[in-house]
Write a protein that binds this ligand. Structure first.
Ligand SMILES: CCNC(=O)c1c(-c2ccccc2)csc1NC(=O)CNCCc1c[nH]c2ccccc12
Length: 330
């Protein structure tokens, strides 16, 4: 079997939302597919009313295939301080033509303000490794883990785009979605992430800098978070760029277009190139002359995060069979 669905960017490509069908008859929610976590949780009829602002709610009592997992709970908190928690049902979940008949659907009873204010986001669908799942007393499998045995090939692909809809596909690699070759790299799943190592980077037309960058491929994080040495080298090339403590990040003049940023993949010299405009993440004020940088530091995290700013420059294969990541330009 195979499947897939569109991934539509929210403002500034802060996140990408994908329609996911849950229950019988189907209830369609727009979820943030997140390779950096492993819980499928949704806004629901059980979410406290004061914490709902426009989201579509999953109501298990309207689904003939919903089964409550009595006594099961979940609670998750993310590095940005956001969180959610609730109870657990099993129900039928589909992404396009791909259906998992008994998927753990974690219904939120409470969500933090970041999620409440994100009115188009009806929940998250985690595609990290199972060890990150927060359900107690027994961890639950991700949609991909449940689907894998039936897939034509044990893979899913992320084809996110700047400002326009892209796609997540399951079970196959679309040869028309990328250019050149796909370079595969090994993944360390010991922390539950799609964790890999880039051999280095280049700024603009500059020479390649060989430096090991260990980080995760994370569709659920908006920015590209890199070691401070790399980040200061990049912004050091841009007159007017500076660290702005009030914004808690590097800001730069939106014009002229900043230099491209390339990160290496594999040991054959392959690289993914981010056009400089991707680094103009969003205007910081009303004048539109200063932009918040799409590349920021990863200090305090312990690893780099190749978030949407990086992923939207690539076609990425998440191979659950060989536990490798495939990177291609497009
Ligand atoms: C900024 C979001 N990312 C993180 O916190 C994060 C961190 C992390 C850890 C410490 C400090 C900063 C980041 C490590 S892995 C990792 N990745 C994830 O946690 C992936 N899931 C993010 C889900 C998520 C958190 N806040 C949202 C707001 C809207 C949509 C999605 C989200």
């Amino acid at each position: 079997s195979t499947g897939g669905a569109v991934a539509t960017p929210e403002d500034h490509d802060v996140e990408y939302l994908t329609p996911v069908s849950i229950g019988t008859p189907e209830q369609i929610l727009n979820l943030d597919i997140d390779t950096g976590s492993s819980d499928l949780w949704v806004f629901s009829s059980e979410t406290s009313r004061s914490e709902v602002k426009g989201q579509t709610l999953y109501d298990p009592s309207n689904s003939s295939t919903a089964q409550k997992l009595e006594g099961y709970t979940w609670s998750i908190s993310y590095g940005d301080g956001s969180s959610s928690a609730g109870e657990v049902y099993l129900d039928t979940v589909s992404i396009g033509a791909l259906t998992v008949s008994s998927q753990a659907v974690e219904v939120a009873q409470k969500v933090s303000s970041e999620f409440t204010s994100d009115s188009n986001n009806d929940g998250l669908l985690g595609l990290g490794f199972g060890s990150l799942n927060t359900v107690q007393p027994n961890a639950q499998k991700t949609f991909f883990d449940n689907a894998m045995p039936a897939l034509d090939s044990p893979v899913f692909t992320a084809d996110l785009k700047a400002g326009i809809p892209g796609r997540y596909n399951f079970g196959y690699i679309d040869p028309n979605a990328y250019t050149g070759n796909i370079t595969y790299v090994s993944v360390d799943d010991s922390q539950g992430f799609w964790d890999w190592t880039s051999p280095g980077y280049a700024i603009g037309s500059g020479s390649f800098e060989n430096t090991t960058i260990k980080g995760i491929a994370d569709t659920g994080t908006s920015l590209l978070l890199l070691p401070s040495s790399v980040v200061s080298a990049y912004y050091g090339k841009i007159s007017g760029a500076k660290y702005d403590s009030t914004q808690a990040g590097y800001v730069l003049p939106c014009s002229p277009t900043p230099p491209d940023f390339a990160f290496g993949v594999g040991d054959d010299g392959a690289a993914i190139v981010l056009p400089g405009k991707y680094i103009n993440y969003a205007p910081t004020g009303s004048s539109g002359t200063t932009c918040f940088g799409g590349i920021q530091g990863d200090s305090g995290i312990g690893f780099a995060i190749f978030g949407d700013v990086a992923l939207k420059a690539a076609f990425v294969v998440f191979d659950g069979g060989s536990k490798t990541l495939g990177w291609a330009s497009k």
